[in-house]
Design a protein around this ligand. Structure first.
Ligand code: ASP
Ligand code: MG
Length: 404
């Protein structure tokens, strides 16, 4: 009994039959005595299709209109789901992000939530109705419709759970939870019963695609407990919760990989103050999310800086670096898009030395060269050549005995 936010992703509401199955599950939850606030994504590949259509009609991107276009996807699924609920005798009422009072900044196509009002959702609940909210969208402080970036419905769900004081938030998807490696690559990958917000954050940031990074961040910052689970089997999934210091932490919880980035190297940069500042300011001003950064110690006053960026931003990044070449006094900019980042995540790494050495030994034994390394207190990431990704993931998963 309580207040639950249930979010259903694109595959969960992919067709009429799926929408009816989701409605039945909401009905079961309501009949069990809970209040439910529902968040939906656009049906199936609707968002991708709309993006494609926009590219067919125009070479320039018009962010405000892009948002107007893409928010239509979630409108379709929320209305259809309310109809399916009505058919089951569950009074439901749909709300756009704007109607739900999700206020964002004005950064179209990647807006950030500033405030969640939620008054109409509370009123609907008080009237015994089930609110169904369009995910991934809000309204800006300029009164324009905005979207929160791809995969943003997860963020909507977590933000609503925080604002409404829900007991927890369920993220329904087409997998049964968070796995300790991609099951398509590692057949023995195991579903995790429970992980901490910090681990989820590192997993999402290093290529685990089950939960959008910003929603994991939001969940941690607002202490919203999540359950990632399947809308196809309805079995219990993975709980994402606050770390329990009384419990022993797994040294390694998951192996992740990310092949969506490219590496940029600026060579022959003078080793003096201000160089990195200029380069990364230039990239930041173009809203490029730089990930790993490595700078060598200088030889004869010159050094190299390498960094990774989303592959979609490679061209822009190269243009920025090229444009700054003279100002930086650097000799050359080069790029490599055939890279992968393989990471190990585990809260117990904090207190267990030797994990890093073992990672390097495993990759060495596989003959895999490490191009870049970065670590946090609970993550180790190595950039390697893309071709070796599957081998690296499988050998690390087995070396750290993560199989079911
Ligand atoms: N429909 C949006 C997307 O595909 C938002 C979401 O699914 O979370 O990115
Ligand atoms: Mg989606």
């Amino acid at each position: 009994m309580g207040l639950v936010v249930q979010k259903f992703g694109g595959t969960s509401v992919g067709d009429a039959e799926r929408i009816r199955a989701v409605a039945e599950h909401i009905q079961r939850t309501v009949k069990a005595g809970n209040q439910v606030v529902v968040v939906v994504s656009a049906m199936g590949k609707t968002t991708d299709d709309l993006v494609r259509l926009s590219k067919e009609v125009s070479k320039v991107s018009v962010p405000r209109e892009m948002d107007m276009l893409l928010t239509a996807g979630e409108r379709i699924s929320m209305a259809l789901l309310c109809m399916a609920l009505a058919d089951l005798g569950i009074p439901a009422v749909s709300f756009t992000g704007s109607q739900a009072g999700i206020i964002t900044d004005t950064d179209h196509t990647r807006a950030k939530i500033l405030e969640v009002k939620g008054d109409r959702l509370r009123d609907a609940l008080a009237e015994g109705k089930t609110p169904v909210v369009a995910g991934f969208q809000g309204v800006s402080t300029d009164n324009d419709v905005t979207t929160l970036g791809r995969g943003g419905s997860d963020t909507t769900a977590v933000a609503l759970a925080a604002a409404l004081g829900a007991d927890y938030c369920e993220i329904y998807t087409d997998v049964t939870g968070v796995f300790n490696a991609d099951p398509r690559i590692v057949p023995g990958a195991k579903r995790l019963d429970r992980i901490s917000f910090e681990e989820m954050l590192e997993i999402a940031a290093s290529g685990g695609r089950v939960l959008a990074l910003r929603s994991a961040e939001f969940a941690r910052n607002h202490n919203v407990e999540l359950q990632v689970r399947s809308s196809f089997t309805w079995e219990p999934g993975t709980w994402v919760v606050r770390e329990d210091p009384s419990m022993e932490q797994a040294i390694v919880s998951a192996v992740t990989h990310d092949v969506s980035e490219a590496k940029v190297t600026v060579s022959g940069v003078p080793d003096k103050p201000g160089i990195a500042a200029k380069l990364f300011r230039g990239l930041a001003d173009r809203s490029i999310n730089v990930d790993m950064i490595v700078q060598n110690t200088s030889v004869h006053g010159n050094t190299d800086i390498s960094f990774t960026v989303p592959r979609d931003d490679l061209e822009t990044s190269l243009a920025v670096a090229q444009g700054l070449l003279g100002e930086l006094g650097a000799t050359e900019v080069s790029a490599d898009s055939e890279i992968a980042r393989v990471s190990l995540v585990g809260a117990g790494m904090k207190t267990h030395p030797g994990v890093t050495a073992k990672v390097f030994e495993v990759l060495y034994a596989e003959g895999i060269n490490i191009q870049m390394i970065s670590t946090s207190s609970i993550r180790i990431s190595c950039v390697i050549d893309k071709e070796s990704t599957e081998r690296a993931v499988r050998s690390l998963h087995s070396a750290f005995e993560l199989s079911a």
